[in-house]
Design a protein. Structure first.
Length: 90
């Protein structure tokens, strides 16, 4: 189980900005326990309108590199999976 709310909470600012085409400096760092759709939202009328849709995940991931998640629990999970895969090959 991941420590953060969801996989989106590991996204880097640069990857999100590349896809969303907007300055996200006021939105980073992303809080670890907040749904990204709630965090990436602008005031509109009586409430908040999210400018993020989960369907963007794949496009954002294309802009990530391992260094973006280094030191996180997600990076450790990936390293563990990699080590197990290598041990099965041998």
């Amino acid at each position: 189980m991941l420590k953060r709310y969801g996989i989106e909470n590991y996204f880097s600012r640069s990857a999100c900005e590349a896809v969303l085409q907007r300055d996200l400096s006021r939105y980073f760092p992303i809080p670890e326990r907040v749904k990204i759709e709630d965090h990436f939202s602008d005031p509109q009328g009586q409430g908040l309108a999210s400018f993020y849709k989960r369907g963007l995940n794949e496009r954002i991931v294309e802009h990530l590199c391992f260094a973006d998640i280094a030191g996180t629990d997600l990076a450790q999970i990936i390293e563990d999976v990699k080590a197990r895969a290598i041990s099965f090959e041998g």
